[in-house]
Every structure is written in structure tokens, then in C-alpha cells.
Write a protein that binds this ligand. Structure first.
Ligand SMILES: [Zn+2]
Ligand SMILES: [Zn+2]
Length: 261
């Protein structure tokens, strides 16, 4: 049974709804043993750089660690870096300034477009956009010092709404290249559980990509909720576990000195 959730957002993210303490309480209620609060660090193309006030964040993390450890919860610090490969100097300075336990790397922007939005495809062939997306994931894995690569299927969230579930074999080469980059650089692949019950779904695609990750030498998969509300912590983790095991991968368990190879 998966007892960790290493990607979630508190009120230190613009889109987070609950305090770190609220997240801890809910994690304990669910019997989780490890959580990481990984608030957003973003460099929006036309906006101001967004990041938590880390002095306050770490003070609160330390307080909650002391408060919840006696109840069996290991609370980890962390962050989710959006498009970190495009902001290497800032990222390196930030990671050198604070001692984060869990560094999550994500792609949220593609050619200046927010991929949250189905309009990010414009009139282009979605499979070209998908291929470009996985090319960028490979770059993050190869160049940014992160532990976990988040929501590799994020481009399929808007893509499925607009074009139906993806035919993954049409982008087999770029997806396999990205999985090889993760495996070679010791990055953990995240299986994001947010849309595991979505209709129409793409769980068969998730299973195929996890198999390719395994064939590329990857082993560990972090089953994470990416929740922005306490009530969503650990959501669909049983389905996530089934997919990870069906692919022959191993659910990732965080260790203080993570040795992945
Ligand atoms: Zn994200
Ligand atoms: Zn997130």
C-alpha cells in the first residue's frame, strides 16, 4: 500500500487552499507516513516570477515537522519548479540557498503557451505538440537537478479534452527518449493520480509509458496526488499502485539519502 504523497500544494502556492498543518492532519487521517509540500516556483512568460517566501515556509515546515512527527508523519520540504530548464541560473541559486528534501521538475509552458489551456494547440497537429512536450521533459531530466519529474501526461489533459485519448505509439520515439533521459539521470517518474478516473481516460497510455520507462532502465515511480486541497491528498492511489505494479515498476519510497542507482 502506498503511504506517501510527495507532490502537493499549500497556501504558499497561489492556487493552494490549505495550510501545511491542514495537509498534515489529512495525511495522518489517511494513514500516510510521508508527504512533501511542494509549492510552485514559476516564471510566467508575461508575468512576475512567483515563489513562496521561503523563510516563512521553512519556519512553518520545521514547526509542523516537530508537531506531527510524534503522530508518525514525516513531513518533507520541497518545491515544484515550472520550466526550470529555461531558468537555470535562478534555479541553481534557489537550490543552493535552501535545503529542499524533494525537488519536483515540471513542464507548464510550451512555446510561451500555458498548457493548462486547450488553446495551447492552436491549429497544429496535436502529435507534434506532444512530441515537443516530451522533448522538453527530456531536457529537464538531463539538465536540472530534480528528484522527480511530475505529471508526464500533463499535455494529455488538455489534449484528451480536445482530441480524445492519445495514441501513444504515434509518439513512441520522443516518449522513449524522455524516459531514457529520466532513467540515465536517476530521476523518479511521477504517476500523477489526478485524472486516473477521468472519462474518457488514458490509463492504458500511462501503463505503456511506465513500461517504456522500465525498459529504459527506470525503476521507481512516485504515485502523487498533486493536490491543491487537503481533501484530495492520496486520491486514487490504489489505482496508481495497480498501474505501477502492472508495468513492473516499483513505487518510490523516499529516503533521507536517496540512492536510486
Ligand atoms: Zn504541475
Ligand atoms: Zn503541482
Amino acid at each position: 500500500m502506498i503511504l506517501s504523497d510527495l507532490h502537493m500544494h499549500s497556501t504558499y502556492s497561489l492556487d493552494g487552499n490549505n495550510t501545511i498543518a491542514d495537509l498534515c492532519e489529512q495525511a495522518i487521517r489517511l494513514g500516510l507516513t510521508h508527504i512533501a509540500v511542494t509549492d510552485h516556483v514559476e516564471w510566467p512568460p508575461n508575468g512576475a516570477h512567483q515563489r513562496p517566501d521561503y523563510d516563512r515556509y521553512f519556519a512553518e515546515i520545521r514547526q509542523c515537522q516537530a508537531r506531527f512527527a510524534p503522530r508518525g508523519l514525516t513531513l518533507l520540504s520541497g518545491l515544484e519548479l515550472g520550466n526550470p530548464h529555461e531558468h537555470r541560473a535562478d534555479v541553481d541559486a534557489l537550490l543552493a540557498s535552501y535545503d529542499f528534501d524533494v525537488v519536483v521538475g515540471s513542464l507548464h509552458w510550451l512555446a510561451g503557451q500555458n498548457i493548462h489551456d486547450t488553446r495551447c494547440f492552436g491549429d497544429q497537429d496535436p502529435y507534434e505538440i506532444y512530441a515537443r512536450y516530451f522533448g522538453q521533459l527530456a531536457q529537464i531530466a538531463a539538465t536540472v537537478d530534480c528528484d522527480i519529474i511530475a505529471h508526464f501526461d500533463r499535455i494529455f489533459w488538455p489534449g484528451t479534452s480536445r482530441f480524445g485519448p492519445p495514441q501513444i505509439e504515434r509518439i513512441e520515439t520522443p516518449v522513449r527518449d524522455a524516459m531514457r533521459a529520466l532513467a540515465e539521470h536517476g530521476r523518479v517518474l511521477e504517476l500523477n493520480t489526478r485524472f486516473l478516473t477521468h472519462e474518457p481516460g488514458w490509463n492504458d497510455t500511462l501503463l505503456t509509458v511506465l513500461r517504456w520507462y522500465g525498459e529504459a532502465g527506470g525503476q521507481f515511480v512516485a504515485v502523487n496526488s498533486d493536490t491543491h486541497r487537503a481533501a484530495e491528498i492520496g486520491r486514487h492511489r490504489a489505482i496508481g499502485q495497480e498501474i505501477v505494479e502492472a508495468a513492473g515498476c516499483t513505487p518510490y519510497v523516499w529516503q533521507a539519502t536517496a540512492a536510486l542507482t
